[in-house]
Design a protein around this ligand. Structure first.
Ligand code: AHR
Length: 671
């Protein structure tokens, strides 16, 4: 280390310490104001410009019934009692016999569309009346907007049993209607089809409802004697995010995009390794034509269609300019899965490990390989011949660091290192901020010389304030840190302003240590109201609305005001007072950005000075996130108690600022 960098490093340590702890230079009685001094003349230290990202996991109906825009629930009749006792393939479907119509609906599996999609229905019409068929009310009712287009589709073929069973010659095409109806049966849109032939064929039409309703049903009716087989009965809004087919709900996808996340972690979480040894998320089940994907009960107890699969995830990342950060299982199941006496972590049998490792290598080929490679061709067939440019891969999630885990993890990471040294493997160090798995995970990662590890913690707001110096003393020669899941859980786990502000404080410490804290993602990201299995979450939604929490706005302010260089910033404040700051420079805009967090219940007068910049007036965008009290939260999302407010002001290089109680203030100085 040369003298210059030695000095820089010493000053970095001192200022980190100062910022984290609040330098105690003054006595309590003499303190009228706190002081924040940014060494604005310094070049600063490079930090990760990809710090803020998002963690996506299909829990709380985040994917199906959530961001995935499919409006039909159980479109492929795959709900099976083998997965959950009260499930059956016709769950969420009603059999309709209209105006004297008579017939039946049976579940079949003799001639499926694809082996991954084993069940379908056989609709038999004995007397057509006004129609015999099926109706689906989606996820708590289908929301429709008058005048908007919806893409409706179904797969079908003719069952010629009419001739054999003396029910008339049904080789005549079967007339079918597909309708959007209110729950009282009023028809809002309708399309007609003819089903003919013995091959599975997709039929589709645009439906434009005449009314806005939130509890519609999609109804398919057959109108002649005979039979048809049906599968994949589906309805999407035409207007998905970026108008992608098989796409995402535009409002939710946009809310995430508005954070400006630099990466998206996918598919979780616990869902990665699954509840039981062969229950891990198999990425191969999530790519290719949707009718060929394997839907299954997920770790969170509901059906996961895989419609929002790896392709849609990578495409979304590309659409919003985020890095894809997939996570695969480390060849072990969740240590909390199974039931007594078989509860605990299980490793894949050794004779299955080669195939499993090949699957992991295939994922990289699928993402990055040429379009004429085996798996690159699957990506290309989905409409993306260009490689996606995958750079990071997480292996394992919060696993217990046992010999079974270590053996399998090492096999996977060795294979990745050998075949794909260009990929950064992210290891796992347990579910907590400390403890045996954390210690053993770090020790193991150091042994393997991993480049990055994934830390998780769900802790109290006070914990964030008490641990602002956590990363200051991490060994810079070891793995970088991905804070892959974190959140402040405040008394009863609500989305309080107190919790959000504590997370903002934590983020200042990540930013100050952005040379080693490379990524950070709040968790969980999404929750559907009425199906929320974990609280707090960042973004809540109903069938038609999105509700943004205070925690969301913290992520958004850090995401939208990221930098690539950290500047030393010292904070002088009375010992024990919750005030912290971080200062970064964004090379692209040339802006200097100061984030100031006041976690006290009263306002604090802060003297801010940008040291070394000649006394100039600076055009500054000042954004303040605060609320009426530390307990404030955004109950209904329509009258948010906590929302950032921005104004453009002119500031001198030294100024006084009254930091509101429980606030995050972002100063974006346009130098
Ligand atoms: O974020 C919810 C869960 O918390 C994740 O699935 C798991 O990794 C963690 O324990």
């Amino acid at each position: 280390m040369n003298k210059h960098s030695e000095q820089k490093s010493l000053s970095r340590q001192l200022c980190r310490l100062g910022s984290a702890l609040g330098v105690v230079c003054l006595t309590a009685s003499s303190i009228q104001a706190a002081e924040v001094t940014v060494m604005a003349y310094e070049e600063g230290e490079p930090i990760s410009s990809d710090l803020v990202g998002v963690f996506f996991e299909d829990l709380n109906y985040a994917a199906d019934g959530g961001i995935y825009a499919e409006l039909v629930q159980n479109r492929s009749f795959q709900y099976s009692p083998t997965e959950q006792p009260d499930w059956h393939p016709l769950k969420f479907w009603d059999v309709e016999q209209r105006g004297g119509g008579r017939g039946s609906v049976n579940v079949a599996d003799m001639r499926p569309i694809h082996d991954n999609n084993s069940f379908y229905t056989l609709l038999t019409v004995d007397a057509p009346g006004d129609g015999v068929g099926l109706a689906n009310g989606g996820f708590d009712g289908i929301p429709l907007k008058a005048g908007e287009n919806y893409n409706a589709s179904f797969w079908a073929y003719q069952a010629f049993m009419g001739v054999m069973w003396g029910r008339g010659d049904n080789r005549q095409p079967m007339p079918v209607t597909l309708r959007l109806e209110t729950k009282d049966g009023e028809v809002l849109a309708e399309a007609s089809f003819e089903v003919k032939g013995r091959d599975w064929t997709q039929h589709s039409a645009k439906l434009t409802p005449t009314k806005t309703v939130n509890d519609a049903r999609l109804v398919l009716l057959a109108h002649a004697q005979g039979g048809i087989c049906l599968d994949m009965i589906s309805l999407f809004p035409e207007r998905t995010f970026k108008n992608r087919p098989n796409g995402l709900r535009a409002d939710i996808a946009q809310a995430i995009a508005d954070i400006k996340p630099r990466f998206v972690r996918f598919p979780g979480g616990c869902l990665v390794h699954g509840q039981g040894i062969h229950k891990y998320y198999d990425w191969k089940d999530s790519v290719g034509p949707v009718e060929q994907r394997k839907s299954a009960r997920n770790s969170w107890g509901y059906d996961q269609t895989m419609g929002f699969g790896y392709f849609e995830f990578f495409q979304y990342c590309e659409d919003i300019g985020a890095l894809p950060l997939p996570v695969v299982a480390a060849g072990v199941s969740c240590q909390h899965s199974g039931s007594s006496p078989n509860r605990g972590q299980e490793g894949l049998p050794m004779d299955e490990m080669d195939d499993y490792i090949q699957d992991v290598l295939d994922l990289i080929e699928w993402a990055n390989g040429p379009a004429d490679s085996e798996w690159g061709a699957v990506r290309a067939a989905a409409g993306h011949p260009e490689p996606f440019g995958l750079k990071y891969l997480g292996v394992g999630n919060e696993d217990a660091i046992t010999p079974v885990f270590k053996e399998r993890f090492k096999m996977i990471s060795d294979a990745l290192k050998e075949k794909h040294p260009e990929i950064t493997v992210i290891g796992t160090v347990g579910p907590f901020a400390d403890g045996a798995d954390y210690d053993n995970g770090w020790e193991f990662s150091n042994e393997l010389e991993l480049e990055m590890v994934d830390e998780h913690y769900y802790v109290s707001p006070q914990w964030f304030w008490d641990n602002l110096d956590r990363y200051d003393n991490y060994d810079r020669s070891k793995a970088k840190v991905y804070v892959g899941e974190y959140a402040a859980h405040d008394q009863g786990k609500r989305n309080t302003l107190r919790a959000a502000i504590a997370e903002a404080a934590g983020l200042t410490s990540y930013e100050r240590n952005g040379d080693i804290v490379h990524f950070a993602s709040y968790a969980p990201l999404l929750a559907r109201r009425g199906h929320t299995q974990w609280t707090p979450d960042m973004i809540y939604f109903s069938a038609t609305e999105v509700f943004l929490s205070p925690n969301y706005y913290v992520q958004q302010l850090f995401g939208q005001n990221a930098g690539d260089t950290v500047l030393n910033a010292s904070v002088n404040v009375e010992e024990g007072k919750k005030l912290t700051a971080s200062a970064v420079r964004d090379t692209e805009s040339g802006n200097l950005i100061l984030k100031l967090v006041n976690g006290e219940d009263s306002a604090m007068k802060v003297d801010v000075s940008l040291a070394g910049i000649p006394g100039v007036s600076m055009k500054t965008v000042r954004t303040v996130l605060t609320g009426p009290s530390a307990d404030a939260e955004n109950e209904d999302g329509k009258t948010p108690a906590v929302q950032p407010k921005s104004e453009t002001v002119t500031l001198e290089t030294s100024f006084s600022y009254d930091a509101p109680a429980n606030s995050l203030t972002v100063f974006r100085f346009q130098l």
